[in-house]
Design a protein around this ligand. Structure first.
Ligand code: UD1
Length: 431
């Protein structure tokens, strides 16, 4: 078992470079099988475990994956021969369901075990299924565990999403770019990674317009070809370092970012009293004194991202006054507040609303990472708190943060990864 040990209380200072976007990578990796060719994917966060599971799944269906350097792979999908992704491949990873759209696009059929991933509440896929059916696929779900999709050919169609869903938008784009005729997705998700996926597919010869707006138009093409593509920087990793800088009263230059993607986070940080300077491909965040309070409501992009809610709550836990955080995407995203309470935070949760009564300081404590972003919140809390924090279940954090120990250490964070052989002996491991 591994855990993080953090000695907090030191402001973060210096520069950090952000990796490629996990959520874009998780859509782009399966998209690469839509051609029978070689795709070179750059700025890929190769070390995170979600990306590794996705590459494993690619190999499982017959693709060759070659590492070119620490952030570039080549996917040769000429010999992809299977349309089946088994439970072994999907149980740890939500995004494995993108193989349904990608395999449908490639073979007109797919058999994919239902995915795992962080538990944030019930995660229905009715909008994905509705989209595939409108494209002409027949879908059956066996024992609530395996999705089987079959089509004698996909045909473009108008598809209105009843809820704004990133997953359904991605999956429908993947299937529709090889369908005959035009698909129009209305009420589409507008997240930066939707635009990145569209740009990747267009580099492969797809014809997708409107990504980043509510309406995405996809004219199906017969063939796609290989390409070289560089993934956008990770909006949420950048946001996590921005909040960490502010919560520790630090001053950090965060490089390799697209400041436009960070606007909802920057605006809230400024509201809390942080200084945020924007450069072409960097932002600098500093905070002097105690943060001020603010309210947050998570919304689909360009609203405040649900994936930044736990991290931002740490800042608010230290703020002067009471803040209200409303979670409107997931029903079970406040579990981390119990962990923060162990560190002295004063938070009351009622359904999907948390009232955060700011305290002057947090104290180190043993806590656990309940999920990926909850884990990131624990790191920030540990860095901002006085004393020592031990974080368990860090496998969740490794799902989405590359070189997290090195990156925080380089800006002055005292954080170590230790491997525990038994409760009484700890051995430090690499990383
Ligand atoms: C969502 C977030 C994404 C975040 C990810 C992990 C939004 C819009 N999406 O993406 O930013 O990175 O969680 O935290 O903020 N839904 C249905 N039926 C469906 C699909 C979804 O009702 O078929 C509902 C979900 O229950 C949820 C909402 O729609 O309440 C958004 O889901 P969706 O965007 O698909 O989830 P992810 O793609 O995981």
């Amino acid at each position: 078992m591994e855990k993080f040990i953090i000695n907090g209380g030191t402001p973060l200072n210096g520069e950090v470079t952000i990796s490629g976007a996990k959520n874009a990578a998780l859509a782009i990796i399966p998209a690469s099988i839509l051609c029978r060719d070689v795709c070179r994917i750059e700025n890929l966060p190769v070390s995170i475990s979600d990306v590794n599971y996705m590459m494993k799944a690619l190999r499982h269906i017959g693709a060759e994956v070659k590492f070119i350097n620490e952030s570039t792979i080549e996917v040769d999908s000429r010999h992809v021969s299977s349309y089946v992704i088994s439970h072994d491949m999907t149980r740890y990873l939500r995004a494995s369901y993108y193989f349904i759209g990608a395999l449908l696009g490639r073979f007109g059929r797919a058999r994919v075990a239902m995915p795992g991933g962080c538990y944030l509440g019930p995660r229905p896929i009715d909008q994905h299924i509705k989209g595939f059916e409108l494209l002409g696929a027949k879908i059956s779900v066996e024992d609530n565990a395996i999705v089987e999709a079959n089509s004698g050919g996909l045909f473009g169609a108008p598809i209105y999403l009843d809820v704004v869903s990133v997953g359904a938008t991605v999956n429908i784009m993947l299937a529709a770019c090889r369908a005959e005729g035009q698909t129009i997705i209305e009420n589409a998700a507008k997240e930066p990674h939707i635009v990145d996926l569209a740009n990747f597919l267009n580099s492969m010869g797809a014809d997708i317009r409107g990504a980043g707006t509510d309406t995405i138009k996809i004219r199906g093409v017969e063939n796609l070809h290989g390409c070289t593509y560089s993934i956008i920087p990770d909006q949420i990793e950048a946001g996590t370092f921005m909040v960490a800088a502010a919560a520790t009263g630090g001053d950090v230059l965060i490089k390799n970012v697209i400041p436009k993607h960070l606007e909802s986070i920057s605006t809230k940080l400024i509201e809390c009293g942080a200084e945020v300077e924007e450069y072409d491909e960097a932002v600098k965040v500093s905070m002097k004194g105690r943060p001020g309070r603010c309210n947050i409501k998570t919304m689909p992009h360009p609203g405040f991202p649900t994936d930044m809610q736990p991290q931002f709550a740490v800042l608010l836990a230290l703020a002067e006054g009471t803040s209200i955080v409303s979670e409107s995407i997931w029903s079970n995203r406040f579990r981390y507040t119990e962990q923060l309470a162990r560190m002295g935070a004063n938070i009351t949760v009622d359904g999907q609303i948390a009232m955060i009564h700011g305290v002057e300081s947090l104290k180190g404590a043993p806590v656990r990472a309940d999920d990926l972003r909850a884990g990131a919140a624990m790191i920030i809390a540990g860095l901002a708190a006085s004393g020592t924090t031990e974080i368990e279940d860090i496998l969740y954090i490794d799902r989405g943060y590359e070189h997290v120990v090195e990156k925080f250490s380089n800006i002055g964070g005292d954080i170590r990864r230790v491997t525990c052989k038994d409760p009484d002996s700890e051995i430090e491991s690499a990383g």
